[in-house]
Design a protein around this ligand. Structure first.
Ligand SMILES: CC(=O)[C@@H](O)[C@H](O)COP(=O)(O)O
Ligand SMILES: NCC(=O)COP(=O)(O)O
Length: 260
């Protein structure tokens, strides 16, 4: 990062959206109400989270419809409702009325979200979907791979926000492959600059951890990171409040030019 972009980045705040999906994964393992993802969202809020993210999957493997209703009703933070672009989800979103919707691709057999949304290949389908949500006052973001053609398409279909999928960067970090890490990071940097240049708000997320978050948080154009699986896992060891606080500290340090 150049000192110029470091200075610009320091001036821009960066938000942390805490994804509480995997509190529901643990709850559902036993079929009862505990642990409650809404209680986790409240703890995250108390620790300084700037938003709550939850993904209502079509197969309801973790978050369920009523969790979304309760998150909206009980938590005083912006709710980012992740979902596939289906008619069923549209109906639920119209009822819950979250602050934001992040449209993601879904595949029943995937373990997690494996790739970004193919906006470029589905413009005629996605454009009216985005328009209807926007007309209902919901801020729409599209979860895309760091590729210019997908970002350009996101602008064309009228989405005000893109969330860059950082999964490939996570994989490179997990495999400890420095060249691959540098390559994936460069793709994210270029994608963020390209999106911001088109006037889009830029978010990023997937697979971010204490160990890999700082180079991404240092990218000046990125305004929000959504982080879940690592924070919920780490909370077993240090508690959710402490994990959220540490993540925010790392993000802020990266933003203000701290070393990483
Ligand atoms: C869209 C995305 O990257 C994640 O936020 C998403 O929620 C992943 O799905 P799982 O939480 O089911 O792994
Ligand atoms: N959109 C990314 C997200 O919400 C969290 O992803 P992860 O940290 O659970 O991989």
């Amino acid at each position: 990062m150049s000192s110029q972009s470091s200075k610009e980045g320091a001036k821009r705040p960066i938000r942390l959206g805490v994804n509480i999906d995997h509190v529901a994964t643990i709850r559902n393992a036993r079929g009862g109400p505990h642990p409650d993802p809404v209680r986790a969202a409240q703890l995250a809020a108390d620790a300084g989270a700037d938003g709550v993210t939850a993904h209502l999957r079509e197969d309801r493997r973790h978050i369920r419809d009523d969790d979304m209703r309760r998150l909206k009703a009980e938590i005083d933070l912006p709710l980012n409702f992740e979902m596939a672009a289906t008619a069923e989800m549209h109906k639920i979103v119209a009822e819950v009325r979250p602050h934001a919707c992040c449209i993601v691709p879904e595949n029943r057999n995937e373990r997690t979200t494996e790739g970004g949304l193919d906006v470029h290949g589905q413009k005629t389908f996605i454009a009216p979907y985005v328009r209807e949500l926007s007309d209902a006052g919901i801020r729409v973001s599209l979860f895309v791979d760091p590729q210019e053609k997908q970002i350009e398409a996101a602008r064309e279909v009228g989405a005000p926000v893109v969330e860059i999928h950082t999964g490939a960067y996570y994989e490179a970090c997990a495999a400890t492959r420095p060249e691959r890490i540098a390559h994936e990071l460069e793709l994210i940097r270029k994608a963020a600059a390209f999106a911001a240049g088109l006037g889009l708000e830029v978010h990023a997320g997937h697979g971010l951890t204490f160990h890999n978050v700082q180079p991404v948080a240092a990218i000046a154009e990125i305004m929000e990171l959504n982080i879940g699986h690592f924070l919920i896992g780490e909370s077993v060891f240090m508690g959710l409040g402490a994990a959220v606080k540490e993540m925010k500290r790392l993000m802020q340090d990266a933003r203000t030019g701290g070393h990483y």
